[in-house]
Design a protein around this ligand. Structure first.
Ligand code: MLT
Length: 240
């Protein structure tokens, strides 16, 4: 079975991929990053390369040399870092609601402000503000809230440091030689469709699908559309 490694974003956990587990015929590997889901928090700030090393370690433990590597948002930043470090481990790349560019000064300042808020008021102020940008539909929002609120403050702070200091992945995407699929919620305001359109122009073999009536967590909010698109693409690219 072809393995797919699903890398979640901030402040989520592997639970956001529950709907993707319904894609039959694949071996789904869904790690929880440090400080999220079931994985204990790190001792201090993280980098994208630390997270990439953690995901490679999970692949090693599962005895998976090569996989389809899929990342949502911060998970996409990690997938790009993984490609920089070890492109030979990719069968294909899936980028969901993410972008290749680093934070600008205002973006970095907002990360530092979020760290301060978590330290002084706790993470709920941040997760309450993020939830409506992640998921549009009220029913899904209620389940999603529990996922966001399961993040530890230490894990969130470490991820904010990693995202603030992440490198530019423009050249990395230009060099990607495996097939890639980009998906984005048409109402994503965190990494809007224009980011995905730009990523597509950089890549040699990338397809792009906007997901209708979805915000930042398109895979969670519109799983049928997303799974259908990915199943058809994977069958065409990897199983032909
Ligand atoms: C995420 O969903 O991983 C984050 O919102 C990404 C970001 O803040 O850049």
């Amino acid at each position: 079975m072809i393995p797919i490694v699903w890398i979640h974003g901030y402040p989520h956990s592997s639970a956001i991929f529950e709907p993707q587990l319904e894609m039959e015929g694949y071996r789904h590997i869904c790690p929880d990053l440090r400080g999220f889901g079931k994985t204990p928090p790190p001792a201090g700030p993280m980098t994208m390369s630390d997270y990439a090393g953690d995901v490679f370690a999970v692949m090693d433990a599962e005895q998976v040399d090569r996989a389809v590597i899929a990342g949502v948002s911060m998970g996409g930043y990690i997938a790009m870092e993984m490609y920089r470090l070890a492109p030979q481990r990719f069968l294909a790349m899936i980028l969901l609601d993410t972008r290749e560019t680093p934070d600008d000064d205002a973006g970095r300042a907002a990360r530092m402000q979020a760290i301060e808020t978590i330290k002084t008021q706790g993470p709920k102020t941040i997760t309450d503000a993020m939830l409506p940008k992640m998921i549009l539909s009220p029913e899904r929002q209620e389940k999603g809230r529990a996922i966001l609120e399961s993040a530890t403050p230490e894990g969130m702070i470490a991820a904010l440091h990693a995202m603030a200091n992440r490198p530019d992945s423009t050249e990395t995407l230009r060099g990607v030689t495996v097939p890639a699929h980009i998906l984005v919620g048409d109402r994503d305001t965190i990494t809007p469709p224009s980011d995905s359109e730009r990523m597509k122009t950089l890549m040699q073999d990338a397809e792009l699908a906007p997901i209708a009536r979805a915000a930042h967590l398109a895979n969670y909010e519109r799983p049928q559309q997303v799974n259908h698109i990915l199943e058809a693409w994977l069958a065409r690219k990897l199983e032909a």
